[in-house]
Design a protein around this ligand. Structure first.
Ligand SMILES: Nc1nc2c(ncn2[C@@H]2O[C@H](COP(=O)(O)OP(=O)(O)OP(=O)(O)O)[C@@H](O)[C@H]2O)c(=O)[nH]1
Ligand SMILES: [Mg+2]
Length: 417
């Protein structure tokens, strides 16, 4: 019965593991692990240690080498002796079924990877029938090849029952009883979920068709950059925004009117590094909104040390879902929180991106994007008028192109309406 007490009363603790390779240097790995830590916290765990190892590539049998695995094991045992039970080990890359099995056999503790952690957060966040169905399907896809021994030693601990905030980290969503179902039953369930999704798809696409002749603008971007905050600001709506990853899972669409011009603005799920394509596929109907948009507002958190990498990830994900090549405006958000390291006059080492002032950064990006970029703070409401007028200009152009005979422009727009 001890397990129940631990998982209910105390936050579970987690140890993170990442590798440093030829294609992923130490700085990058540490950034990934910081992000993984943020993900773990979002899921409700407390991270107590990071382990890294330099390798040519991930070890096919145990992800890290044997020695490193022993070191992790010794750490866990030592912590247990000090009565600081480690709840789980989380790996920064998706583990193969074989790796997962071997690591689990060696460490005898709950093992998660980046994918299952993200899935767990998705399960916790899913609100609508659509999001819940998508997440459940993605979870089964992840589980199916790993069924044999998935956390069997944790049977009694399973939080299990569907989504919701309860349950322990990594065990939300389909629970232990479902885990015991054989492959056939899971496959049946998966095809049912797929049918349900295609039904939802049809409904959504009919809904989209009935929306009338309005330009559609989609907010896209890395997770936690401020998309929902911006949506709330522009649409005067109340979309859930919070300093946690994946606060938004399903798409929200609002009508926005700037001056005399109505258009549709949608807020959607954020992107993240190493997001498995399966998961992106599962979110197809959510992402249709992005795919069918006329204009994308790509929101970037300029205060994040790794924002350039995040821009890349978003561009790659857009290409993956066939949404590349659309008109795009880069909206650099959180300028209020931007910091840089000022170099002393006698410091002759080369300047790096950490040494750029906001103004220098702005000039670089404006040149690169041919002015299709903006610098704002959605939370502090800085440069919001500029944002409105740039969006207005673009939407109007697109509107006139797309609906040349449409006079559905509001004559005047009164703030009080
Ligand atoms: N400092 C600062 N924080 C901001 C700004 N805009 C948003 N935030 C904060 O950033 C966090 C994330 O904001 P959200 O609007 O939820 O971000 P999101 O992109 O919708 O995130 P997901 O839905 O999780 O992908 C919240 O804590 C916001 O208050 C800003 O201009 N400056
Ligand atoms: Mg959001």
């Amino acid at each position: 019965m001890k397990e129940f007490v631990i998982s209910e009363v105390q936050a579970e603790t987690a140890v993170l593991v990442g590798i440093i390779t030829k294609t992923q240097d130490e700085r990058k790995t540490n950034e990934y692990l910081d992000e993984l830590e943020f993900l773990a916290e979002t899921a409700g765990a407390v991270v107590v240690k990071h382990f890294t190892q330099k390798l040519d590539m991930a070890h096919s049998v145990t992800y890290v080498g044997k020695g490193k695995l022993e070191e992790i094991k010794a750490y866990i045992e030592n912590e247990a002796e000090e009565e600081r039970e480690v709840g789980m080990v989380i790996f920064d890359d998706e583990l193969s079924p074989k790796q997962l099995r071997n690591i689990e056999a060696e460490l005898k503790i709950k093992i998660l990877d980046r994918t299952s952690l993200i899935l767990d957060i998705f399960a916790m966040r899913a609100q609508t029938a659509n999001a819940k169905t998508q997440v459940e399907l993605a979870q089964y896809k992840y589980m199916l090849p790993r069924l044999q021994r998935l956390w069997t030693h944790l049977e009694r601990q399973g939080g299990g029952s569907g989504s919701g905030k309860g349950g322990s980290v990594g065990l939300r969503g389909p629970g232990e009883t479902q885990l015991e179902m054989d492959r056939r039953i899971i496959l049946n369930r998966m095809s049912l979920l797929k049918e349900r999704l295609s039904e939802i798809d049809k409904q959504k696409s009919t809904q989209r068709k009935n929306r009338g002749r309005m330009i559609r603008v989609a907010l896209v971007g890395y997770t936690n950059v401020g998309k929902s905050t911006l949506m709330n600001l522009l649409a005067k709506s109340e979309v859930f925004a919070e300093n946690k990853l994946f606060a938004t899972l399903d798409t929200t669409v609002r009508k926005v009117i700037i001056e005399n011009l109505p258009f549709l603005l949608s807020d959607t799920v954020g992107f993240i590094r190493k997001l498995p394509t399966d998961l992106v596929d599962s979110f197809k109907s959510t992402l249709d909104e992005v795919r069918e948009a006329d204009l994308l507002l790509h929101v970037v958190d300029i205060s994040h040390p790794d924002f350039e990498d995040q821009i890349e990830v978003v561009n790659r994900t857009l290409a993956d879902i066939d949404a590349a090549g659309k008109p795009i405006i880069l909206v650099f958000n959180k300028i209020d929180a931007y910091t840089y390291v000022e170099k002393a006059p006698d410091d002759l080492t080369p300047r790096t991106k950490e040494n750029l002032t906001l103004e220098e950064l702005m000039n670089t990006w404006m040149a690169k994007m041919e002015d299709n970029c903006l610098f704002i703070s959605a939370r502090e409401k800085i440069n919001v008028e500029e944002l409105r007028s740039v969006v207005y200009k673009h939407v109007k152009e697109l509107h006139v192109q797309k609906y040349p005979y449409n006079d559905f422009l509001y004559q005047t727009y009164d703030e009080e309406d």
